[in-house]
Design a protein around this ligand. Structure first.
Ligand code: MG
Length: 270
């Protein structure tokens, strides 16, 4: 029985107008969410972006008619912040923008900027930033040389944007950090399953009681399959049906649909 539905945002629930900074709901989304609510299936929105803190998204999605309950919108940085707090980290050096520093501070962790002569930290967390400097990179490398454990929200090599591929900054920094320190960076974002552990914490659903819905076969589908969830690929984003179906059977979406209009035809939602 499905108890929680985990939806990707970009290309799955909505598309962003990068110039206006607003979202438009994709076809069938509002009805699909209403159908989930009618079945008492808990809804979680989980984006792999760390550009913004979660609270940035609620009003933008609400303007598009997509209502997400408080605490039910996840980003890799928010998942990282909760996981680091749970693991007892008190002071973390963050190389990243507001999308990363805000959730870490809200989790009660002291955020140390990545600067020269920074105080000793227990961990380093990498997130998206437009303000990467040599000093920042040197600071995180020095912190890891001094014993801090390195983490990253996402290490995706690039993101899809309206202007085509955009470099995944935290992935590039993570590669540089691993190169310099010979220490593996622990990742929280998709396709790692840490996010679904957080979904369990907020919904009570085990991954086997979740459906993961997304437009990226390498991110949402891979994450869902690894955790044992039901997976639904939707072709309103970056991948078409042929791409979804090109993956080996045990990594492939269980179902591929052209839009969320067809979600209501799924047996678990009927
Ligand atoms: Mg997407």
């Amino acid at each position: 029985m499905i108890k929680a539905a985990v939806f990707d945002i970009d290309g799955t629930l909505a598309l962003m107008d990068k110039e206006k900074g607003t979202f438009a709901a994709l076809p069938g989304v509002l009805d699909a969410l209403a159908a989930c609510r009618a079945k008492r299936i808990k809804i979680v929105a989980y984006t792999n972006g760390t550009f913004f803190a979660p609270k940035h998204y609620y009003p933008l999605l609400a303007d598009a008619g997509i209502i997400i309950d408080p605490g039910h919108l996840l980003t890799p940085a928010a998942i990282a912040a909760q996981a680091l707090a749970q693991r007892g980290y008190k002071r973390v050096m963050v190389l990243g923008g507001d999308g990363t520093t805000v959730p870490v501070a809200e989790a009660g962790i002291e955020v140390i900027p990545a600067t020269k002569n920074a105080p000793k930290v227990d961990a380093v967390l990498l997130g998206y930033t437009r303000d990467l400097t040599t000093e920042g990179l040197e600071a995180v490398v020095q912190a890891v040389w001094d014993g801090a454990t390195p983490f990253a929200g996402s290490v995706a090599p690039y993101f899809a944007s309206s202007r085509g591929r955009m470099l995944g900054i935290s992935g590039a920094i993570a590669a540089a950090l691993e190169n310099a320190t010979d220490t593996k960076v622990t990742v929280f974002g998709k396709p790692e399953t840490a996010g679904l552990t957080t979904v369990t914490a907020i919904t009570g659903a085990d991954p086997r009681e979740m459906v993961v819905v997304g437009d990226d076969p390498k991110l949402e589908i891979r994450m869902g399959r690894r955790a044992g969830a039901l997976t639904v690929g939707v072709t309103t984003g970056i991948a078409d049906a042929a791409l979804f179906n090109s993956f080996p059977e045990d990594e492939r979406a269980h179902v591929v649909i052209p839009s969320l209009t067809q979600l209501q035809e799924q047996p678990w939602l009927k």
